[in-house]
Design a protein around this ligand. Structure first.
Ligand code: ZN
Ligand code: ZN
Length: 263
């Protein structure tokens, strides 16, 4: 009994340290804003200090997800009585439900691509602000214990220098006070880029690509939110959710910045 209490106490202290670390990073980011001026995530123009995180005109260029939304993947659908999008009404997903901020089209598509491939990590701050502003009630309703970014393979991480999903997860975690777990889920196969593949090829490409670190007991019984930049067919999120559930996770939701259109 005593041991168990001690165990619980140690666990709580660990969580607080993680949140403190995230807060320190937040302050560092603010200082960086003063030294290096912030740029608009859509047009990349320098923004005047204290004048927000996006130009007023660019804010309206993004195609925000709106109601009615698919009850599973969260993308916009045409009719309220529809309940699910075309894809989710035909496919079984391992996750419970998810949220995305924008459609993966035009200005938003270009901007999210730049986060991933052109080191525009600073853009993330605007997107996560909007996610928290619009969906914090829904996220809290999920009662998440941890955020887990979709991991990159070690080789890709070395090549790119950062994992965009991790940047997004840290930003949401810091703004909502949720711990980010970067260690439990691993990508053990350096998969081919998914862009050129169809849904079946994507699933085949991802089979056995992820595993849960056996030394990490963090996922057992936990309510988890997977974080990624884009949801296209959902095969990556689904594969991660499958592995986490197999390792004992209680339930899995997801948050992405953008999502492919599909009524
Ligand atoms: Zn702009
Ligand atoms: Zn859907």
């Amino acid at each position: 009994m005593c041991k168990e209490l001690n165990g619980q106490r140690r666990y709580k202290v660990r969580i607080n340290f993680a949140i403190i670390k995230q807060k320190i990073r937040y302050v560092q980011n603010k200082i960086e804003d003063i030294i290096y001026p912030r740029r608009c995530p859509v047009c990349d123009e320098v923004l005047r200090f204290g004048r927000g995180k996006i130009c007023a005109k660019c804010y309206h260029q993004l195609s925000y997800i709106h109601e009615p939304r698919c009850k599973k993947c969260g993308r916009s659908i045409r009719k309220f009585e529809q309940e699910y999008c075309y894809d989710c009404s035909r496919k079984k997903h391992f996750f419970i439900s998810g949220i995305a901020l924008i459609d993966n089209v035009e200005a938003g598509k270009k901007s999210v691509y730049a986060i991933k491939y052109h080191n525009k990590r600073e853009y993330v701050d605007f997107y996560t602000d909007e996610i928290v502003k619009r969906y914090s009630d829904e996220i809290r309703y999920w009662q998440p214990d941890i955020l887990i970014p979709v991991p990159l393979h070690k080789k890709k991480m070395i090549k790119r220098g950062y994992n965009q999903a991790e940047v997004i997860a840290v930003s949401i975690g810091m703004k909502m006070g949720i711990k980010v777990d970067k260690k439990s889920l691993k990508r053990i196969v350096n998969t081919k880029p998914q862009k050129e593949l169809n849904d079946i090829e994507r699933r085949r490409n991802l089979a056995n690509a992820f595993c849960v670190n056996i030394n990490q007991k963090n996922v057992k019984g936990k309510s988890i939110i997977l974080i990624d930049d884009i949801y296209t067919t959902g095969s990556t999120i689904d594969e991660c959710a499958k592995v986490l559930l197999k390792a004992g996770a209680k339930k899995v939701h997801f948050i992405t910045l953008s999502i492919g259109i599909g009524y």
